[in-house]
Design a protein around this ligand. Sequence first.
Ligand code: HEM
Ligand SMILES: [Cu+2]
Length: 636
Amino acid sequence: MDPPFVMDTTALPEIATTSIRQLEASWTSPHNALAWLATVDHKKLGIRYIVTAFVFFLLGGVEAALMRAQLARPEARLLSPELYNQLFTMHGTTMMFLFIQPVLSGFSFYLTPLMIGARELAFPRLNTFSYYAFLLAGVFMYASFAIGHAPDGGWFAYTPLTGPRFDPGINMEFYVLGLLFLGISTTAGAINSIVTILKLRAPGMSIDRMPLFLWSSLTMSISVVLAMPALTVALGFLELERRWHFVFFNPALGGTPLLWQHLFWVFGHPWVYIIFLPATGMLSMIIPVFCRRPIIGHTFLAVSTVVTGLIGFGVWVHHMFATGLPQLSMSFFGAASMTISIPSAVTIFAWIATMWHGRVVLATPMLFALAFILQFTIGGITGVMGAAVPFDWQIHDTYFVVGHIHYVIAGSSVFAVFAALYYWFPKMTGRLLSESIGKASFWVMTIGFNLAFFPMHIAGLLGMPRRVYTFQPGLGLESSNLVSTLGAYLFAIGVAITIWNVAQSRFAGVLAGPDPWGASSLEWLASSPPREYNFEHIPLVTSRDPLWDGGLRFGPAYDEGRLTPRTSALDAQLEAVIELPEDNGWTVLIAVTLLVAFVGLLVRLDWLTALGGVATLLCLARWLWPVHDKMLETEV
Ligand code: HEM
Ligand SMILES: [Cu+2]
């Protein structure tokens, strides 16, 4: 593929070998197990995030496959009702919390410093901690299967069903405590992204020159910080009620179950955008490259992203239209929900305009992007339908909703993740994925996806309720369910083809070179895979597509340590050069001590909880203990 504008590589500055040697000395970690475990390298951790999240994707996929096998025929006896409850709960929880958000964060942790021309995230050790907390929270939740008591109250865990009266066992403890644990990791990661994006952009990358993926990462991270407390409060209340007989949700004692629903969805709807916006940001990076032209409507796209994030906080009641709230508030939230389609439509039109005026190259990432657009449009339309209150009453808790959520999440965010995988894999590994295997995977996945989920809308309209482990024959539901199951298995085969592609291209793929797609953003300036220090010279940015329009100069190498420039939040003026910390085992240990505290809560051993808590505080103190006697920052 020829790039639209050829970068003048003769403009790359010569770099002194002494400089390289110094950079290597400062940035390379020793080759031992502890350094591997406790690495602060955002690239290694980003890939670790992505791989771990994919493992959870496969686990969630196995759960889905079991459910679809059970639902292939009426009155099948493969799964008991109890097991089915556990499977749909763990499937939803896994996909929403352990796969899609972490995988998008993983891409963001990997890409953000590279896209902004920095050498690390703002808080490298916090990144190590958030990875391990994510991993251990996931293991914690999955340990429930080992003892045969996985969470079974649905991914949004409605009270009073999940309260002490109807669910006294340990099942929901795994959910409540696991998500509290995971929330610490997610919040830490979000704060890291916000500070990095606002403070470490290369000199000259003013906020209006920032790549669109970063607009979506920034909006996502701010939304996490604002939304997560609602979930934490809800889970905290539930735990108090389950364990210590507090009353929040039990109407018999003066509580209200609706409090849970409000708290959960005040968090839950923004969460939907938290997993959707980074996906659109990825597409806004990929589409212009495969249209061979700069994106049309850059500013509109950035504003739409932020506006979607904002409106996302004002629509939660559309999940509660069937709870008998006052008419006026339902009308308000119905209307608010419909307005979300405006920024989404702006985004889609900007992409279509870019394609219209460009030369579309149908490489695998672009194919996934096109399927995203189609499937998201379908999911968006069924979403607007549900925003109409009377229609929602018809489809509430039916398979129509299951169809809708899978179009917007699996059909959109997951397809964006696959586009991103094909697009950034060469950067991460130095090798391209096979295009022919990629296209095969794409077609199998897309056909499988639509076969699996489109018929669910019909089953839902015919009255099939969600979350039931079987259905009766003779209700007209046989064929749609069978097609859904066959489609689901086809989709799984499509995913397996990509896994095969990754496994074999990792070592045998075509060498990529720094910029195989002829792209315009700074990550493609670094080598593939990038060196530990990302860039030999810190780039100085003077335009939006620095690799296309020559908007690039080079600054100093900053080679006297682990240094990266800090700049002002809006116009990216150089403020200081900051020193970044090295690998640190305490960050790993602290995730383990937190796990101990949560296990203590789970098995109700207060001394264990106290032990974990105190150990956490001690490790925290040790981690943050000042070790440098020299100044950490050099003002310029
Ligand atoms: C790999 C293909 C997938 C298949 C075949 C599949 C299938 C299913 C099935 C059968 C249900 C249960 C429906 C019910 O009984 O009510 C379900 C629920 C759900 N799925 Fe998926 N799914 C897939 C992928 C995903 C992905 C990628 C996500 C999100 C990233 C996701 C999110 C959810 C959620 C949130 C629920 C609701 C769980 C609940 O009711 O508590 N699914 N899915
Ligand atoms: Cu919503």
